[in-house]
Design a protein around this ligand. Structure first.
Ligand code: ADP
Ligand code: MG
Length: 264
């Protein structure tokens, strides 16, 4: 059987937190897929469900309904041992808290992922060093996390997420603690690696300047998939969803003719 070019797919995924009066529908019937070699931005205002969606793609959180596939496999149907091994090998992720091991150096943190998957040989050690160098850390490889800035730690976490050649790379606000120049550099490197190595990359970001490096932009609003656009489309509604919402609501309540005026 030939592998499909779809690396990850969300099928009618809904996630409800809590129960009774405290229920929050964080993700509401969302479907999309990301192909190998495609770098996608997941955007939306705070609370729109981006982290929740990413955690479900990573197999760290179970959807209330619907399913998530990685390379046509549903991790929730695996036993726990196999799921953990599958996740380590096939998914790389960086979450907002970077969770570096405090007593290991930058290089050792990246190599740890190789050790955990029995791939710790000389060639892969060299790859770990090359990856850190690509991310601008050539001089910091032997520093401990506490000796690194927040942005440097974030870049170590990105290197760690890529070292096992995962099919799917997930990053939650990878540029949040980086200065502008470094942010562009890191996202450009991620885009390059995703494209070059045929991975599926999904990056949550608040920073719309970063979407230029992506192939498609998935816009979440209140847990729903609002729209999917490309960086070449008009991104006004992404920058200011509230304004676009208002226009839509005005259009519904007053019959549409004012919309042209409101927009022009
Ligand atoms: P984003 O990453 O876009 O800011 P989140 O996925 O963190 O959004 O949150 C989506 C919604 O789900 C928010 O209303 C948030 O308050 C709620 N939420 C997130 N995590 C939990 C949780 N563990 N328990 C209850 N509600 C949660
Ligand atoms: Mg978040």
């Amino acid at each position: 059987m030939a592998l499909s070019s779809v690396a990850t797919e969300a099928r009618s995924v809904t996630k409800i937190y809590g129960s009774g009066a405290n229920q929050v529908k964080a993700i509401d019937d969302v479907s999309f897929s990301v192909r190998r070699g495609e770098f996608v931005a997941l955007v939306g205002p705070s609370g729109s469900g981006k982290t929740t969606m990413l955690a479900m793609l990573a197999g760290l959180l179970e959807p209330s309904s619907g399913s998530v596939l990685i390379e046509d496999e549903d991790m929730l149907k695996m036993g726990e041992g196999r799921r953990a091994a599958f996740r380590r090998r096939r998914i790389g992720f960086t979450f907002q808290a970077n969770n570096l091991v405090s007593y290991l150096t930058a290089l050792e943190n990246v190599e740890l992922m190789l050790r955990l998957t029995d791939q710790h040989d000389q060639a892969n050690r060299q790859r770990a060093q090359n990856l850190l160098a690509m991310l601008g850390l050539e001089d910091r490889m032997h520093a401990l996390p506490r000796e690194l800035s927040g942005g440097q730690q974030q870049r170590v976490a990105i290197a760690r997420s890529l070292i096992n050649n995962p099919a799917v790379v997930l990053a939650d606000e990878p540029t949040a603690s980086l200065d502008t120049e470094r942010a562009f550099q890191v996202v450009e490197t991620m885009a390059h690696l995703v494209h070059e190595q045929g991975r599926a990359g999904i990056m949550v970001t608040h920073d719309l300047r970063m979407v230029d490096y992506t192939d498609r932009i998935i816009h979440l609003l209140d847990g729903r998939l609002e729209r999917i656009v490309t960086p070449d489309d008009d991104l006004t509604c992404l920058a200011d969803p509230a304004a676009c919402q208002l226009i839509t609501e005005d259009a519904l309540s007053s019959g549409g003719s004012e919309v042209a005026e409101a927009v022009s």
